[in-house]
Design a protein around this ligand. Structure first.
Ligand SMILES: Nc1nc2c(ncn2[C@@H]2O[C@H](COP(=O)(O)OP(=O)(O)OP(=O)(O)O)[C@@H](O)[C@H]2O)c(=O)[nH]1
Length: 393
């Protein structure tokens, strides 16, 4: 129930008020469970509200003359102590007792005040009824219905069973309006706070969902897209290519002799290499329709939409040069004295049969050829008129 979200901006004052109420209602509360915090807040605010109303009445009796209201004044004093006790119980961690004590005290208090002085404070039963589902949300519908029925019964009994009012008509009218306004106001405040809480929860949920989705599509080590998002992207681009009669190229990149790099320099150093190599790859494919993903292990995949084979090959060569230019020493590589990579490339147009899985497979075959031919080079899967063949360039 802490801070207001961005939605509070247009209603800054209202937000400040809810913050103040939250601060008052949760003063000294150490609890973390949101449900428990809501209950404590509600009990504290209701106990404080009841205490304020009771004190107002005590002041009124004091000004008007205590004698005719002696019984009510004593009753008010006892109930005031009980409301304060509820606040104290919450601070001591006796949450259930505080809640039950508040509901019991309020029920009896309202009933007896009406019975003894006929002041129509039973209007506050509306507030109590509104609060019950929020206070006893775990109790089940049946128990809640029973509690609600008891409160309603008390309301009816108080309404028809109260003594004739001891106050003259104009004062009584004003009190009636004040009680009605007080009961409605308290319902409004509670509804406002809970609505603010629902909005805050919704925002948190949406934020968490976005973050989870990002995590499920991203490779943690390199920050590139992962294999799952690669597949989703390829599926989408494949359909787009077919719709728009375009072309698609795939580069499958694999670091050379990475096992021996790990063996000699250690796994953390290997991780660092993966991160460093991810950078030129990510910056190389920058069109919105391009994608770079970590396919798995030390293998990266680049998808280039609407890119003919000649352009894709140019990019592949540039990438090989950029990785070499990183100058990461690799004394145990069979390809060079620095870390290098091999690239397998496959391109297709809409006229070509097969799906994107086939294209991936072709790029993989080309990568195998590049490795076989000595690493640190590009191999292209070419589709001839009569047959397919691979060429290392
Ligand atoms: N540091 C690190 N190593 C990884 C990671 N994922 C895979 N590897 C390592 O990458 C190595 C890949 O080895 P191989 O598939 O034998 O290939 P290679 O040694 O690179 O040889 P060629 O591909 O034939 O050049 C394995 O030793 C894996 O443990 C990772 O996230 N971090």
């Amino acid at each position: 129930m802490a801070a207001c979200g961005r939605r509070c901006q247009p209603a800054r004052e209202a937000c400040a008020m809810s913050k103040l109420l939250l601060r008052i209602g949760l003063w000294g509360v150490q609890e973390r469970s949101p449900r428990r915090v809501r209950q404590i807040l509600l009990v504290n605010l209701a106990a404080l509200g009841a205490a304020v109303v009771t004190v107002s009445y005590q002041l009124f009796y004091l000004a008007y003359g205590l004698a005719p209201f002696a019984q009510v004044v004593v009753l008010n004093g006892c109930c005031l102590a009980a409301y304060l006790l509820c606040l104290w119980l919450n601070r001591r961690g006796r949450y259930q007792l505080a809640r039950d004590g508040l509901v019991a005290t309020t029920s009896v208090h309202l009933y007896l005040v009406d019975l003894l002085a006929g002041i129509e404070v039973h209007l506050f039963y509306f507030t109590l009824l509104f609060m019950l589902p929020l206070l006893y949300h775990r109790q089940g519908a049946r128990r809640l219905a029973v509690l609600g029925a008891v409160v309603l019964l008390l309301f009816v009994l108080a309404h028809f069973g109260r003594t004739p009012a001891m106050l003259p008509e104009p004062i009584l009218r004003v009190m009636y309006v004040a009680n009605a306004a007080g009961a409605m106001g308290m319902i409004g405040v509670i509804a406002y706070l809970f609505n603010a809480e629902i909005i805050r929860m919704e925002n948190t949920l949406a934020r968490n969902n976005r973050s989870l989705r990002r995590q499920s599509l991203t490779d943690e080590l390199t920050g590139l897209m992962n294999r799952r998002s690669l597949m989703q992207f390829l599926k989408r681009e494949w359909s787009r290519m077919q719709r728009e009669q375009g072309s698609l190229s795939i580069l499958m990149c694999d670091i050379d002799d990475f096992k021996s790099y790990n063996d000699h320099y250690g796994h953390p150093a290997g991780d660092q290499v993966l991160r460093r190599i991810a950078l030129p790859l990510a910056t190389a494919a920058q069109r919105p329709t391009d994608m770079v993903a970590r396919y798995g292990g030390e293998e990266f995949t680049i998808v280039l939409s609407n890119t003919p084979a000649s352009e894709a090959l140019h990019l592949a060569r540039r990438l090989l040069a950029e990785v070499r230019a990183l100058q990461i020493a690799h004394a145990h590589s069979r390809a060079a004295a620095v870390v290098t990579m091999s690239v397998g490339m496959a391109s297709t147009t809409v006229q070509a049969p097969g799906g994107f899985q086939e294209l991936l497979q072709q790029a993989d075959q080309a990568l195998y050829e590049a490795k076989k031919a000595g690493r640190n080079r590009v191999a292209v899967h070419r589709r001839g008129a009569a047959e397919e063949h691979l060429s290392v360039v």
